[in-house]
Design a protein around this ligand. Structure first.
Ligand code: PEP
Ligand code: MN
Length: 337
């Protein structure tokens, strides 16, 4: 960390900062120039960090040199993380395809879609039983009943299943039904929920908050890892920008940035990014070309009747047509699908 003192900082103020650094067990490297004083800080900055020094008299600016994330950093595990979900691996050479409806609506609906996406080559089934809806008057999901349907369909199709958990009180119960827990965009900052899923032994799909930076997404993953669970898949799902042509703006550059910064697998969700099925195929292709390890996409056999997110759901036929195109792109970038 580097502390830049204000040009008018007094000797007393400089001494105060130096004293504070030493009191917190860190070392000081002082550089007194004719214009201003710069103080290099070496050591564990967790006890007194950027904000603490910024608040001190005479301090002009504090620059953090080291990245604030530790366990999720690429340096922590340069070889990368591969997460095993049943027979599926996420983070290896093969692109993982996670597909299914936004919400589980009935056994018939979920089974029909499951069979269709499986036939098209999907690896993992998605579906939500607890729905975070913007309006409390919209379909909120089937709750535990939905999880029972998911488990039954898992047995019938032999596909691993993933679902969203929204409430700390539900984590244990939801974890008994599914193979992967998803923390949705709205809950990326719900630190209690992050800690709770961190106590499970289930892989976690952690979605980027719609106004969260990449750094905040990685720090959210640290909350999960700190509890002992290192099986995390990061998901870019579109962020809020001034653009209104799409529901959100898929931050495709988040893929290479995350692949550089972290060892955790990175997937994208084109459905919640676009909000419109017609843009979904292009975004899937872009994501694979950009280096994503997988895609989580909404698919429905009758999107016009879907209780949630029909307009952004691919039809099962569209999904089946898209898969060979994605395979070609995967192969072009040295991956398989
Ligand atoms: C979802 O994947 O079902 C979902 C609600 O997405 P997000 O949390 O990204 O809005
Ligand atoms: Mn949805």
């Amino acid at each position: 960390m580097i502390i830049v003192m204000k040009p008018e900082a007094t000797d007393e103020e400089i001494k105060g900062v130096v004293k504070s650094i030493e009191e917190h067990g860190m070392q000081v490297h002082l550089s007194k120039g004719s214009e201003m004083t710069i103080i290099g800080v070496v050591g564990d900055t967790t006890k007194q960090g950027v904000n603490g020094f910024m608040a001190m008299r005479g301090v002009g600016n504090v620059v953090q040199i080291m990245k604030p994330y530790k366990m999720s950093s690429k340096k922590f595990k340069p070889e990368g993380t591969i997460i095993k979900i049943g027979d599926v691996e996420v983070g290896g050479n093969r692109i993982a395809m996670i597909a299914g409806p936004c919400a589980v609506e009935s056994e018939e609906q979920f089974l029909t879609i499951a069979k269709d996406v499986k036939a098209a080559g999907a690896d993992i089934l998605r579906g939500s039983a607890f729905k975070p809806r913007t309006s409390p008057y919209e379909f909120q999901g089937l709750g535990e009943e939905g999880l029972k349907i998911m488990k039954k369909v898992k047995q019938l199709t032999c596909m691993p299943i993933e679902t969203e958990v929204m409430d700390t009180r539900d984590v244990e119960m939801v974890a008994e039904y599914v193979d992967v827990l998803r923390v949705g965009a709205r809950n990326m900052h719900n630190f209690d929920l992050l800690k709770e899923v961190g106590k499970t032994n289930k892989p976690i799909i952690l979605k980027r908050g719609m106004s969260a930076t990449i750094k905040e997404l990685m720090l959210a993953s640290e909350y999960i890892m700190k509890e002992g669970n290192h099986q995390i898949i990061l998901c870019e799902r579109g962020i809020r920008t001034f653009e209104t042509a799409t529901r959100n703006t898929l931050d495709i550059s988040a893929v290479p940035v995350l692949k550089e910064e972290t060892h955790l697998p990175v997937i994208i969700d084109p459905s919640h990014a676009a909000g419109n099925r017609k843009y979904v195929p292009s975004m899937c292709k872009a994501a694979i070309a950009a280096g994503a390890d997988g895609i989580i996409v909404e698919v429905h056999h009758e999107p016009e009747k879907a209780l949630c997110d029909g307009p952004q759901s691919l039809t099962t036929q569209q999904f089946a047509e898209l898969m060979p195109q994605l395979k070609a792109i995967a192969e072009a970038v040295g991956r398989t699908l």
